[in-house]
Ligand binder design. Structure first.
Ligand code: SF4
Length: 331
């Protein structure tokens, strides 16, 4: 599978060229809100999952095929925990040699307790770790970590990383209704982040299908409460708008799979992204993806999302065949 995708619209990074250095669901967390399905098994051993040289060739090709202004950031992000790729430091340095574009790393921050991981991330312009809970019990409930990633280790790693790292540290808090959007939970998160001193705190809501059906985004009051309690560096990050660039893919089916594997898409987003192909071609490709078992439709909050078939969702998966020539409403 290709490891470079997009550019895709990002809530924080504009049009973002994505580098996905690990296979689907390679992660040491199993977050209740994960849009990739359940992590099985949890992986906490760093490895060169894809050869670094091949990733860089793809980056070079993607950069060469886009005019200046079409990409805002090059972002390590995707199918699992980015820092589990043992070559991430080399990859960041190579990307910096190839382009003056800023480089971001989206990570859960779990490996920051390791000095070599902290050192490898140091050339990145921005690092965006997660921090969803201010105590060990809630951390276990929301992030369901690998046993080696204790809460103390997570907090200690973030604290040391902040002291060493010179770039922008933007900590992401994903609000889950009834879990970490209460006054008490937010005060605990705020207390720890006050010591860590990130440049910004980004308040996010699950807007893609969460793996657990009971997960709900916070309500408006909860989001405002979070902004008030998390302090003046906290920003509410709204869902991204913009266009998905699928032009670098060789076939329509590969283009769709490349995106929905990392980023389940709402029906309307997919329709916009695929508008360069005719409705007949799109209908046929989606029907083929369902028939070949490579895609599935997930329904959350009354909205249908396309997702890659290997992702494991516990309920409400619909294997719907979309016939060519059907209304695009049925996509
Ligand atoms: S949301 Fe991110 S950190 Fe959490 S399980 Fe999914 S890939 Fe891992």
């Amino acid at each position: 599978m290709k490891t470079v995708f997009g550019p895709v619209p990002s809530r924080r990074l504009g049009q973002s060229l994505g580098i996905d250095p690990v296979p689907l669901q390679t992660c040491n967390w199993n977050c209740v809100y994960c849009q990739l399905g359940r992590t099985r098994p949890l992986v906490n051993k760093r490895s060169e999952f894809f050869p670094r040289e091949e990733i860089i060739v793809e980056v070079e090709q993607a950069l060469a095929s886009h005019a200046p202004g079409e990409i805002d950031w090059v972002t390590f992000v995707g199918s699992g925990e980015t820092t589990l790729h043992s070559g991430i430091g080399w990859l960041i340095r190579q990307v910096k040699n190839l382009t003056p574009l800023p480089v971001a790393v989206i990570t859960n921050g779990t490996l920051f307790y390791q000095a070599d991981v902290r050192r490898e991330l140091s050339p990145a312009d921005a690092v965006l770790p997660s921090f969803d809970a201010g105590n060990a019990e809630l951390y276990l409930k929301i992030n369901r970590p690998h046993p080696e990633i204790t809460f103390e280790r997570l907090v200690d790693g973030l604290t040391v990383f902040r002291k060493e790292y010179q770039g922008k540290l933007w900590v992401e808090v994903m609000l889950v209704r009834g879990l970490n959007d209460t006054e008490a939970a937010l005060k605990e998160i705020a207390g720890i982040l006050r010591n860590i001193k990130p440049d910004e705190i980004h308040i996010l809501q699950p807007d893609r299908p969460p793996v657990e059906t009971w997960v709900q985004p916070s309500d408006e009051e909860g989001v405002l409460r979070a902004r008030a309690i998390l302090g003046e560096t906290a920003k509410i990050i709204h869902p991204a708008s913009g266009s998905f660039d699928l032009s670098g893919d060789e076939s329509l089916m590969e283009a769709v799979i490349g995106i929905i594997t990392r980023h389940p898409m709402r029906q309307d987003e997919l329709e916009r992204a695929l508008s360069q192909w005719s409705p007949g071609e799109v209908g046929q490709a989606l029907a083929d993806l369902i028939d070949s078992g490579r895609a599935q439709v997930i329904e959350r909050y009354g909205v249908r999302f396309w997702s890659a078939a290997p992702s494991h969702y516990p309920e409400e998966v619909q294997s719907q065949r979309t016939m060519p020539g059907h209304s695009r409403q049925s996509v």
